[in-house]
Design a protein around this ligand. Structure first.
Ligand code: ADP
Ligand code: ADP
Length: 229
């Protein structure tokens, strides 16, 4: 399972300003669909609608034929692993953040996910600088470190559906390449929605959608899109 369909989806945060204007696509079970396009085109909005941070204005989103509004939030979000651009961590240890949603995971599984996401050096510490002041023992995590915590959580969760929204954007290029490999191995066989700025980073996707001003302007494989220019 895990086939995602967007059927003529429109959405606006503010009724005066439509963001998505009749977006349709299918991400077949096990395939990787990439969404590329300029900043502000509405790419992240697509991921937020799929995760039901917001509901569609019109049209519908289905997973395996079922409207996501008819699924409990717990089961919807249980089926999806999301690595957002800006990760907000829970006010607890890094380890708690990684195990979130996979409380049954063994120590060995947690350690393996931490190793792959390169956070094993600070998994026992408490991130600092959130709502609650945790004192001098806390560690202030950088954007890239927080992103790696979200990646470790997703590797551990290994859900049927992955949303990778500029998932490695905060990492330096050497780390990015290594962690990209770990993400690709989790994505294998799972329905994956990859959101990216540039076409060059999504060469291996089964289909790429080019989103411009809330509409799908082009679609095809990487080779097909290059041919179209
Ligand atoms: P992209 O991911 O393609 O850069 P987004 O989906 O993040 O685009 O945003 C599309 C548009 O929606 C942008 O103009 C952005 O300013 C606006 N937007 C995003 N989030 C909100 C929000 N919570 N409230 C109002 N406008 C928003
Ligand atoms: P539940 O449906 O069990 O209440 P949430 O919807 O709050 O769970 O969270 C589901 C997923 O969303 C988590 O696995 C996590 O990836 C992400 N998430 C939501 N809120 C936060 C947060 N405050 N900090 C970190 N991750 C969060």
């Amino acid at each position: 399972g895990g086939t995602i369909r967007f059927e003529n989806v429109s959405f606006a945060y503010d009724p005066e300003r439509p963001i998505l204007k009749g977006v349709s696509f299918e991400a077949p079970a096990g395939k990787t669909i990439a969404i590329v396009g300029p900043s502000g085109a509405g790419k992240s909005t697509i991921s937020r609608l799929l995760y039901r941070f917001y509901d569609v204005g019109s049209g519908r989103i289905t997973i395996d034929g079922q409207d996501i509004r008819r699924v409990t939030q717990e089961s919807l979000r249980g089926a999806i692993g999301m690595v957002p651009q800006d990760t907000v961590l829970f006010n607890d240890t890094v380890r708690y953040n990684v195990r979130y949603g996979r409380w049954d995971a063994s120590d060995a599984e947690v350690e393996e996910a931490a190793r792959l996401a390169q956070i094993d050096g600070f998994i026992r510490t408490m991130p600092k600088g959130y709502e609650t002041e945790v004192g001098e023992r806390g560690l202030k995590l950088s954007g890239g470190e927080k992103q790696r915590v979200a990646i470790a959580r997703t590797i551990l969760k290994a859900p049927p559906i992955l949303i990778l929204d500029e998932a490695t954007s905060a990492l330096d290029s050497a780390t990015e390449m290594e962690i990209q490999d770990a993400l690709e191995s989790v994505a294998r066989g799972r329905t994956t929605l990859v959101i990216a700025h540039r076409l060059s980073t999504v060469v291996a996707a089964d289909e790429i959608l080019v989103l411009e001003a809330g509409r799908v302007a082009e679609r095809g494989t990487h080779a097909e899109l290059l041919e179209k220019g």
